[in-house]
Ligand binder design. Structure first.
Ligand code: EPZ
Length: 420
């Protein structure tokens, strides 16, 4: 297995171009199941999760041609109704094929996603919405098995008891071809949802936000192909903004999605980091000493849970005590014990963490546990004195394109050692 070796202490200086958003690209790829026309996508990030999604769609019958960051997807004939254990185990977003398979083909079998490193992650809300639209769903032999007995799913009023990005996406994908109108109340407001809505509307669906968290979908009989440029990745941009701050550096984040980063930029400003918006993105300019700040993760437009681990790494190097409350996932503190190997002082009680800042991080042998936890270890290593070895970096490759290259171009001493 590959390892990443980092010698800490260098300030990041230069510019980093932000790639297309993983969490926007994944449901948009799935939208290709809803039409038999060409779906042309630009700015597709080069990530392992995208390869996993391509492989799943290919196994269902989608033909995919890729050139650089452009992909053309086309479904001529469905070959299978099944997202098997292997694809769902590798990537939970595989569950997004459930809604489109049911609405277009009337049948779907998706392996049940288990728990994962960041919590138990149930899928009850996905199933609740699809059942409301008339799908028959049973859990059998480790699979979610769904059928539609009428000719199509029917529009419904869906009120989610809890905000879920994935359940909102699955409902949008299913409702676009359903018979009649669907209303989603307490829908997710993440920008990736709006990127998907844009695509579905380009395909001929009629979708609008009636209020910020209420979405109306008028189902149509047929959807067409589309051309779309995937939005920039706000979590990648936030990660490099924090990387700049932790090293006391100055970096331009080109193509950063400025409008989707309010909570993150506010957090950095409170820490004393200068953040300037310019025509091509954001300039992050960090002072030598950072203020301690308290943070709560929330659904969008609040501070994203996907940047919590990175923010925690940054808090370990302030001059005071910072607090984090994780409100989205029950077990998203797996990085704490690894950050403590660098000498960080962190106390966790339930969903809250107290971080005592100091300037004494030292390089260590650490292990990546999930995607964002891995990036927090990279950030701590960039700041730590001495050498760090990060094991199990395949987690990083799921969601960060060319991370070592982007960082080393800004002066970091980072290199990858390829394992067997
Ligand atoms: C999406 O996951 C993202 N993944 C995650 O990014 C992100 O952390 C998460 O949204 C929250 O922002 C993709 O977009 C592919 P949820 P998702 O359904 O859709 C509970 C990353 O690092 N819930 O919004 O799976 C759930 O347990 C990844 O890039 C239910 O209770 O998240 C959690 O507590 C990791 N029942 C909360 O809702 C359900 O049926 C939010 O989860 C579904 C979810």
């Amino acid at each position: 297995m590959d390892q990443i070796l980092i010698r800490g202490g260098n300030r990041l200086r230069g510019s980093i171009r932000i790639s297309g958003s993983k969490n926007s690209a994944l449901p948009i790829f799935v939208a290709s199941l809803l039409t038999n026309d060409d779906c042309l996508l630009h700015n597709v990030p080069k990530l392992v999760d995208i390869i996993t999604m391509k492989n799943l769609l290919i196994s269902l019958g989608v033909k995919i041609r890729s050139e650089g960051r452009t992909c053309v997807l086309r479904l001529n004939k469905l070959d299978s109704f099944e997202a098997n254990y292997e694809s769902v185990r590798k990537m939970r977003a595989s569950i997004l094929v459930l809604g489109p398979l049911l609405s277009k083909f009337g049948k779907a079998e998706v392996s049940l996603p288990g728990g994962c490193a960041i919590g138990s992650r149930p899928i009850d809300l996905h199933i609740y919405a699809l059942k409301k639209m008339g799908a028959n769903i049973k859990i059998k032999d480790g699979y979610i098995k769904g059928t539609v007995s009428r000719s199509s799913l029917k529009g419904a009023k869906i009120k989610f008891p809890k905000v879920s990005v994935g359940a909102t996406e699955n409902t949008l994908l299913a409702a676009s071809l359903a018979d009649g109108e669907t209303i989603i109340e307490n829908a997710a407001m993440e920008p990736e949802i709006d990127d998907l809505i844009n695509v579905l509307n380009k395909m001929g669906a009629v979708i609008s936000r009636v209020k910020n968290n209420v979405i109306k979908i008028v189902g149509v009989e047929k959807l067409t192909g589309f051309e779309h440029k995937i939005m920039s990745d706000r979590i990648e941009a936030g990660t490099y903004a924090i990387a700049t701050a932790i090293t006391g550096g100055k970096v331009e984040l080109l193509d950063a999605p400025v409008n989707n980063l309010d909570a993150v930029l506010e957090f950095l400003r409170k820490m004393g980091v200068k953040v300037k918006i310019f025509s091509q993105g954001i300039i992050v300019d960090s002072p030598k000493e950072l203020n301690n700040v308290d943070l709560v993760t929330e659904v969008y437009p609040g501070f994203p849970t996907d940047l919590q681990a990175q923010a925690m790494a940054l808090m370990t190097v302030t001059n005071g005590i910072s607090k984090i409350e994780e409100k989205i996932f029950e077990n998203r503190f797996m990085h704490v014990s690894e950050l403590m190997r660098f000498g960080a002082k962190i106390d966790v009680k339930g969903s809250k963490a107290i971080i005592k800042g100091s300037n004494n991080l030292t390089g260590a042998q650490v292990m990546a546990t999930d995607l964002r936890a891995s990036s927090s270890l990279v950030l701590a290593a960039l700041r730590a004195k001495g050498d760090t070895v990060i094991n199990r970096v395949y987690h990083l490759d799921r969601g960060y394109e060319d991370m070592e290259k982007k960082l080393s171009r800004c002066g970091a001493q980072v290199r990858r050692v390829h394992g067997k």
